[in-house]
Design a protein around this ligand. Structure first.
Ligand code: ZN
Length: 152
């Protein structure tokens, strides 16, 4: 169970990312665009991705959107985590994140920042907020993008 100081720390990271996101905006050029919507909270997200010349590595990823602190900070942390990764690595990161939110495992040291979202997993209604951006990323990696993913 996550309590006390650790929970405060998690909340701090989430709020800090919400107020001062590092990856807000759109990539230039946009190779893929993916929107997502979480009706239960009203969060919307739009991811843009730029791939390298091989088309297999995410050169840049940014997000735009409106929503609660959890959905927005999750997007910012995700962009940081998958920037520079191959499509396969990014897909693995998505799977690991969604598993973690079900209480199965967490991230190793190199990606441990993502573990702050574990604090959210205690509140089932907010899990959709945290997962929205990850579902959108998976859709962006799998399909041609430009469809709205509904996180219900
Ligand atoms: Zn939300």
């Amino acid at each position: 169970m996550i309590t006390g100081n650790l929970r405060d720390l998690y909340q701090q990271v989430i709020l800090e990312r919400y107020k001062k996101p590092r990856y807000r905006g759109a990539t230039d050029p946009v190779h893929r665009r993916q929107r997502g919507h979480n009706p239960s909270c009203g969060d919307t997200i739009e991811l843009t991705l730029q791939f390298d010349e091989t088309g297999d590595r995410i050169e840049d990823i940014k997000f735009e959107g409106e929503g609660c602190a959890i959905s927005m900070s999750s997007a910012d942390l995700m962009a940081e985590a998958v920037r520079g990764k191959t499509v396969t690595e990014a897909t693995e990161t998505v799977d690991r994140f969604l598993k973690m939110m079900k209480g199965e495992g967490e991230f190793p040291k190199e990606q441990r920042k993502l573990n702050v979202m574990q604090g959210v997993a205690q509140f089932p209604v907010r899990i959709k907020c945290a997962n929205l951006t990850w579902h959108a990323l998976r859709a962006a990696l799998e399909a041609s993008g430009d469809e709205v993913v509904s996180n219900e």
